[in-house]
Design a protein around this ligand. Structure first.
Ligand code: 5AD
Ligand code: SF4
Length: 435
């Protein structure tokens, strides 16, 4: 009864959290296995941000119930944001055995031992800072380190403040210790994670440590360690942070700055707390101090009462910024959110899909444009592994977070090499190593 398989869906934060759950379980005598077939317990760590993600999980649980016919002792658990949102309905309707919210992972082993166990209590303090997560599904080079939990921004469309609770930051000391250990274990690319890393704040012996300070401390661990972070809320992106990125070679020249919409009317309705003019000023700040910085975004198509004009403004902002990449979604109404209570989800599904597709098509062109500009330039690339399509080639990433494919030669994972870009698609750069 000791083999646990943890399946992770959704955001990077969930990847990091699964590592915490894995460590708690290992410390309590469980083995982690990497397939549901060998498992006595299957835990699904999943996301509640959009309805289609949840639907997929209901189906997945339904399929997994079939495994119980072969192994009646098998336990199935849902953990994370979806557990927090749906609580005991997962036991009643989906017949899962364990429901564990994002702040209850220390008790996961106790819950597994009970029948129909649920713990979805949220905490104002829990940061799991003393737990060094087990790296699951790892490539041995890149790792996520959670630096804070929760969100208090209450964007009206978003369920996260309800599923992950109050914002709280983890101590710099525990973060540095975790990153040092990862570096010693061979990891070279670390992403510091929080819903809004720019509001990181920790009082250390009477002094406030803010995100820019933390980032610098992590970068100073070793110049061979690349440091990234996600996600930044535009309203809190500070000059200090931009200067920190500009000053350290190993802080990656890549900022994910979700815009969500190009329309001030929509932004107000979304409670984003910035206008497009303010957003574009932040973009100018980044570009003026870090000319080679890549910028990506999140966007939502078809939010409540979005007009064609609002949508065109979103396309316009995409053109103005010229994002290097983007995560694009159609609006999904989430019970419990302010938008669900106060606004009408009135854009027809086909129209949401059409608008989303228009953004996707534009972004494909912008990504291609951005990649074409790299042709002829030389980038420092961290070698990550073998190209999936061609074993004679390796792949790595630039500081700007772009994937580059090049000849294997005598390079290995973890090497830094200079690659001159010769060709590209909208998704990938192709280049040659420069001696
Ligand atoms: N519908 C669609 N997309 C959403 N996001 C958050 N909530 C919703 C929703 N209800 C998107 C936002 C956020 C990203 C993580 O998910 O763009 O930045
Ligand atoms: Fe959701 Fe907004 Fe918080 Fe991001 S910042 S998790 S979109 S409420």
């Amino acid at each position: 009864m000791n083999n646990v398989y943890i399946e992770t869906y959704g955001c990077q934060m969930n990847q990091a959290d699964s590592g915490i759950v894995g460590k708690v379980l290992q410390d309590n005598g469980y083995n982690l296995v990497f397939s549901g077939d060998d498992a006595d317990v299957i835990l699904i760590n999943t996301c509640a941000v959009r309805d289609n993600a949840e639907k997929r999980i209901h189906n997945r649980v339904h399929d997994l119930q079939a495994l119980k016919k072969k192994n009646p002792l098998l336990k199935i658990g849902i953990i994370g944001c979806m557990a927090e949102r749906l609580q005991d309905s997962l036991i009643k309707e989906d017949k899962v055995d364990v429901v564990c919210g994002p702040d209850s992972y220390r008790k996961i082993h106790e819950l597994i031992q009970q029948s129909s166990a649920i713990d979805v209590e949220l905490s104002n303090e829990e940061t799991y800072e003393d737990i060094i997560p087990t790296q699951l599904n790892t490539d041995g080079i890149s790792a996520f380190v959670s630096i804070m939990r929760g969100c208090e921004n209450f964007c009206t469309y978003c369920v996260v403040p309800y599923t992950r609770g109050r914002e709280r930051s983890r101590s710099p000391k525990s973060i540095i210790e975790e990153v040092k250990k990862l570096f010693d274990d061979g990891y070279r690319d670390i992403t510091l994670l929080g819903q809004n890393v720019n509001s990181y704040i920790y009082n250390e012996e009477g002094m406030d440590v803010r995100f820019a300070d933390l980032l610098i401390r992590v970068a100073q661990i070793n110049p061979l360690l690349r440091v990234r972070f996600a996600t930044s809320h535009p309203k809190d992106l500070s000059e200090d942070l931009v200067d920190a990125i500009a000053s350290y070679h190993n802080i990656c020249k890549y900022i994910h700055l979700p815009v969500q919409s190009g329309s001030d009317v929509m932004l107000k309705k979304m409670n984003r707390k910035y206008t497009i003019e303010e957003y574009l000023k932040k973009i100018d700040l980044i570009r003026s101090r870090i000319p080679d910085c890549a910028i990506s975004t999140d966007v939502i198509a078809g939010f409540c009462s979005e007009t064609i004009e609002d949508h065109k403004q979103t396309l316009e902002v995409f053109r103005k910024v010229g994002y290097d990449s983007a995560f694009m979604f159609k609006y999904s109404d989430r019970p419990g959110t302010v938008a669900h209570k106060r606004f009408v989800d009135d854009i027809e599904e086909v129209e949401k899909i059409r608008r989303l597709q228009e953004i996707i098509d534009l972004q494909r062109d912008l990504s291609l444009e951005s990649n074409k500009k790299d042709i002829g330039k030389t980038f420092e690339v961290l070698v990550e592994g073998e190209s999936k399509r061609d074993a004679t080639k390796l792949f790595g990433r630039t500081s700007q977070n772009k994937v580059v494919i090049f000849e294997r030669e005598d390079n290995k994972q973890g090497d830094y090499i200079n690659v001159k870009i010769e060709d590209c698609t909208s998704a990938t750069l192709f280049g040659k190593k420069i001696k």
